[in-house]
Design a protein around this ligand. Structure first.
Ligand code: F6P
Length: 319
């Protein structure tokens, strides 16, 4: 393999740039030409593809976002779009592609692979909802962003004797809510993976108030409900002073943590190796701190496991 391309797709996540850097540098180290595709799969269809040099990835390891930009592309869902993408790659003599993104992006990667074009995947999403890896690129940074925000909210919650509902991202996954809730000592964590009982939440808040607690933090993943709705319910049922904060897209930005930079570098390097070894159709991941490859078909088999034990622990700790 002498020429490969790479793209970032779907929602961006901090650390994608570190992955791009790793792919470009590792490929050039092995005398392979690397091409960057702009705006994800849309750029593949539109032939927005440029050769990358070592200098293109200098000074980016610490930057959030993605220098290749990203998009969610409807056109690529059609076979015509996929065929166009492959024909644009082949016209440049590109023999392999690396896709960095979340679930939807890896599904796009699988489509090209199924059409016979070699593709390696790298999981990049703040949601951490991809099977075959313990962590996705960007999760740790987003987690730290959320925890910092919750710590700040807690200061003012204590001053004012208020209950706060904080909504975090995670359309289908409660990992960010769970980890942030444990790290920030939230009283209640609400996730899409588990149903909740309003009376339990009220009882827990009352127990805290009886002990003289002046603040309460409830973290809710967007896939499980909204902060305004939960705040309204609490006001209605308990008549306590409640405020809410929706953290939104600040969770996707910012300089990646050291953990995310190292993870991205390892996965990026291994993705290039995958193509060089003549393997494809695998997602790079990390399992028990070892690099691990998982076939796309397994990634989409619904095997991403929510950490039930940690969820149970969070409930025990917020007694
Ligand atoms: O998939 C990552 C994610 O950050 C989700 O947690 C969130 O629901 C979604 O992206 C938001 O996407 P958009 O930026 O397109 O609104």
């Amino acid at each position: 393999m002498k020429k490969i391309a790479l793209l970032t797709s779907g929602g961006d996540s901090p650390g994608m740039n570190a992955a791009i850097r790793a792919v470009v540098r590792k490929a050039i180290y092995h005398d392979i030409e690397v091409f960057g595709v702009k705006n994800g799969f849309a750029g593949l269809i539109e032939d927005d593809i440029q050769k990358m040099s070592l200098g293109d990835v200098g000074d980016i390891i610490h930057r959030g976002g993605t220098i290749l930009y990203t998009a969610r592309c409807e056109e690529f869902k059609e076979v015509e779009g996929q065929q166009q993408a492959i024909s644009n790659l082949k016209a440049r003599g590109i023999e392999g592609l690396i896709v960095i993104g979340g679930d939807g992006s890896l599904r796009g990667a699988q489509k090209l692979e199924n059409m016979g074009f070699p593709v390696a995947g790298i999981p990049g999403t703040i949601d951490n909802d991809v099977a075959g890896t313990d962590f996705t690129i960007g999760f740790d940074t987003a987690l730290n962003t959320v925890v910092q925000a919750v710590d700040k909210v807690r200061d003012t919650a204590t001053s004012h004797d208020r209950t706060y509902v904080i909504e975090v991202m995670g359309r289908e996954s409660g990992d960010l809510a769970l980890w942030a809730g444990v790290a920030a000592g939230a009283e209640t964590i609400i996730v899409p993976e588990s149903s909740y009982n309003m009376q339990d939440i009220i009882d827990r808040l009352n127990r805290g108030r009886d002990r003289g607690k002046r603040h309460s933090i409830i973290i809710i993943a967007e896939g499980a409900g909204t902060a305004p709705e939960m705040a309204r319910l609490l006001k209605e049922k308990m008549n306590i002073e409640t405020r809410m904060t929706v953290l939104g897209h600040i969770q996707r930005g910012g300089s990646p943590t050291a953990f995310d930079r190292v993870l991205a570098s390892r996965l990026g390097g291994s993705a290039v190796e995958q193509l060089l070894e003549g393997i494809s159709g695998q997602m790079e991941g990390i399992l028990n701190n070892e690099l691990a490859r998982t076939s796309f078909s397994y990634v989409f088999s619904g095997n991403h496991r929510f950490n039930d034990m940690m969820y149970k622990l969070s409930q025990e700790l917020s007694i």
